[in-house]
Ligand binder design. Sequence first.
Ligand SMILES: Cc1cc2nc3c(=O)[nH]c(=O)nc-3n(C[C@H](O)[C@H](O)[C@H](O)COP(=O)(O)O)c2cc1C
Length: 261
Amino acid sequence: MILYFTGTGNTKFVAEYIADHVGDECVDLGEVLKYKRPLRFNSVKPFVFCAPIYAWRFPKLIEKVIARAELTGSEQIYFIATMGSQTGDFEYPLEKLAYAKDMAYMGSCGVPMPNNYLSGSDLSTPEEAEVKIKASLPLMKTLSDRIMLGSMIEKFDDTPFAGLASGTVNYMFNRFFVSSSKYIVSEDCVSCGRCESVCPVNNVRLSPTGVPHFDRYCIGCYSCVNRCPAKAINIGKKTEGRNRYVCPEYSDWKSAGKITE
Ligand SMILES: Cc1cc2nc3c(=O)[nH]c(=O)nc-3n(C[C@H](O)[C@H](O)[C@H](O)COP(=O)(O)O)c2cc1C
């Protein structure tokens, strides 16, 4: 069973690629969380948890979900991250989680995908994103093959001071930077409600007059910011005028013949 969490679609793409190649089902953890479904999963095939990297680690919420989830059937567990370029030491807490759940840790690996961290810099154009996704298709194939064979997977990316990045820096990031308090909604907002519907943690509500309001449960997935059709949500002033990014759908790439193996 491939269980994924995504903000802007990269992780969904990778999870669906793997599910398609290993012949397994895909579960959207964002939907499970949004609709408060039980965290109980049964699978005869290995569990493969996929999530984006936020500050050199899986999102805190997803680590908690994995810790709490009741997993029955297979005793094997894999972890796959999607990232701009660096996963830090994200595998360390996941390996500990696997052992705490009394499961066989089958390894972790990061797949480079277009960066969606709009606060940091301008994001890829669709053409640039396509090049980056294409370059990662062979890695998705290798991971799928290994999962199908029941072999261990290994990560290949390197982060200087990885332990520090995934430890102290990640802690500071979550403590001081993950918040929707800096989100500003511009006059371009058309009150379509997309921000409310895409938020996996139900942190956005439209007021009776159609203005989005953000609560304090934001996990920083940037889904609302990147998916707003009017580009009306900004993080302070610095993101104004920057490209937004949403990953293409795996099914569209497949039907367009872009997935060759
Ligand atoms: C809050 C935040 C923090 C991020 N931190 C990192 C990071 O530490 N290293 C990295 O390579 N990419 C980082 N990224 C980029 C994402 O991991 C990457 O774009 C990922 O593929 C997004 O997945 P999604 O489209 O499934 O949400 C970050 C993105 C966000 C929104």
